[in-house]
Ligand binder design. Structure first.
Ligand SMILES: C[S@@+](CC[C@H](N)C(=O)[O-])C[C@H]1O[C@@H](n2cnc3c(N)ncnc32)[C@H](O)[C@@H]1O
Length: 530
């Protein structure tokens, strides 16, 4: 098959993409009225002289708290992504301090490795536990209005303090003092007094074992509201999971979502790096790891990802951060040398890279995506992974591309835009940015993309539909609706490609965060009649 770039590049992209990266206005449970009075500016300023810098250096404030407060502001008000800020690692320290200076008016001493780990823990934790923390802060305020009108920076400082005392069990009076200092220096003495009052009350109620938390009692709605505070999730998610999984499993899922995420690394065999090579490198870096039980090229890493990033292993394309649940989707595709595979919603390219490396030097992956910026990342990654000769990128809306394209392919992967409800442990802020209404929009888009993707499958070829959601309405229900519209397709059980533990009664692949300790993902293999 020959498909030149001129034929396929950039049909007009007229529809806006909706994917797991779409950030919507957050649906906060405890609404607050105060407008931001601390700007999160992204403007570059003229570089300061070294003298200026020393004058603005504040040695009283603990660096990890100042940086955490500013990161939290950037995430909540500026739309930055928690996981991306974490991935930047130590190298971004200077830039980070510039943000601190612009937002707080002073610099702190530079972050050391311990500070950096604390920033990751505190920021991730304060975001995940936001609803729980806000409930405690509001309960300990003089009155509800004080909470509702609290300025954003003050609230972030309190969230940090409460999280450190209640969830990290840090020495309480040191936490109180340090956060009071931060509030005084970054805001004003009165703000420090408020932080002092609330955190001291918290220490007392914690010591008496009487944290003001709701009881799990009353009707379903009341229980869902209580669970939403106790496990810090939106009420609609609690209700949905209670309906589909039952209360006990819903709680286990929320506990998983609140736990420190672990990561997997994939050795880049496309570049000739074996898993044994990667193990050697991780040993040199003293990064604790375990071999994946399910995939030959994968290694699990619970801590030490920062060391891997700092050593340049990702940048040099030695390995990629990829969850095993996503790797197993590629196993369901089962790329074979010589095949032509379309990756319909490809960017930023995690699955594209793995598929290309499994072609063993023969065949082509056509990577389509509507988002130019994300496709650019895919192209760069393909170069550093040395699989660019086996990938053709196509910037297009799949629906327009499929309508105008006459070529049929062996395999078509549709890794559809979805709610991302399976990856909430890794994407700490996603739960607050998703709304129930998003699901309806996403389901329509998924149906349209499935119809479009099906046009690209050759007779006898395979369509693989996947998501990183655990929601049946985005998974099995979309497949069922598709099969009703397209009787020329039928289910091809995925049990030949992934361990039976991941196979549902109907032959779909499904990873369950609680059962498998992986992200939640889904994939269905659908074969087109000859
Ligand atoms: C879940 S992400 C894909 C992740 C990717 N498969 C990976 O493994 O890295 C969904 C992607 O669908 C793309 N997308 C959304 N609507 C699209 C459309 N109409 N046509 C093509 N791509 C679309 C988004 O830009 C986004 O990159």
């Amino acid at each position: 098959m020959n498909i030149s770039m001129a034929q396929v590049v950039s049909p007009p992209t007229i529809l806006v993409s909706v994917d797991t990266q779409t950030h919507k206005a957050s649906s906060k449970p405890l609404k607050r009225t105060h407008k931001s009075n601390t700007s999160i500016s992204t403007k570059r300023k003229v570089p300061r002289s070294p003298l200026d810098r020393t004058q603005k250096l504040n040695l009283e404030v603990s660096p990890h708290r100042a940086v955490s407060a500013v990161r939290l502001m950037r995430i909540e008000l500026g739309g930055a992504f928690a996981d991306l800020l974490n991935e930047k690692g130590k190298g971004s320290g200077d830039n980070e301090m510039a943000y601190v200076e612009r937002s707080l008016g002073f610099r702190t001493k530079a972050l050391d490795d311990r500070d950096l780990r604390l920033v990751t823990d505190v920021v991730g934790g304060a975001i995940r536990w936001r609803r729980y923390l806000d409930h405690l802060i509001c309960s300990l305020c003089h009155d509800e209005n004080t909470f509702r009108s609290m300025e954003p920076l003050l609230l972030q400082i309190l969230r940090i303090g409460v999280y450190e005392i209640v969830k990290l069990d840090m020495p309480p009076y040191a936490v109180v003092d340090e956060n009071v200092t931060l509030a005084k220096v970054a805001l004003r003495p009165g703000a420090g007094n408020l932080v002092n009052g609330i955190l001291r009350k918290l220490v007392r109620v914690k010591e008496n074992n009487s944290l003001p938390l709701p009881k799990l009692e009353g009707d379903d709605r009341a229980q869902a509201r209580a669970l939403a505070i106790l496990y810090s999730h939106p009420v609609w998610m609690v209700r949905r999971w209670t309906k589909y999984l039952g209360q006990e499993e819903a709680i286990k899922l929320m506990v998983w979502n609140n736990s420190q995420p672990s990561f997997s690394l994939r050795a880049n065999t496309g570049k000739g790096v074996t898993r044994a090579d990667l193990v050697t490198q991780l040993n040199v870096l003293k990064v604790p790891h375990e071999l994946s039980l399910h995939l030959d090229d994968f290694i699990r890493v619970k801590t030490g990802l920062q060391n891997v990033i700092q050593a340049g292993l990702l940048k040099e394309g030695v390995c990629a951060v990829q969850d095993e649940s996503a790797g197993l989707v590629v196993s369901v595709v089962d790329p074979q040398p010589g095949e032509s595979i379309v990756d319909c919603c490809a960017a930023p390219g995690g699955k594209t890279m793995y598929m290309a490396s499994r072609l063993n030097g023969q065949g082509m992956v056509y990577a389509i995506d509507i988002n130019k910026g994300r496709l650019r990342i895919l192209t760069e990654t393909a170069k550093s992974h040395q699989v660019n000769s086996f990938i053709t990128t196509i910037e297009a809306d799949l629906r327009l591309f499929a309508d105008s394209n006459v070529v049929n392919y062996d395999k078509v992967l549709l890794d559809a835009p979805c709610s991302g409800l399976g990856v909430l442990s890794k994407k700490a802020d996603l739960r607050w940015n998703r709304r129930l209404e998003d699901l309806e929009q996403l389901k329509n888009l998924q149906d349209e993309l499935l119809d479009a993707a099906s046009l690209l499958v050759k007779p006898g070829g395979v369509l693989i539909y996947s998501t990183c959601s655990i929601d049946p309405e985005e998974n099995e229900e979309r497949v069922d609706a598709f099969l009703l519209r397209h009787p020329e397709f039928c289910i091809d059980p995925a049990d030949r490609f992934v361990p039976s533990d991941f196979i549902t009664k109907r032959g779909f692949y499904s990873s369950d965060p609680v059962k498998h300790s992986l992200d939640g993902a889904f994939a269905a293999r659908l074969v087109r009649a000859l």
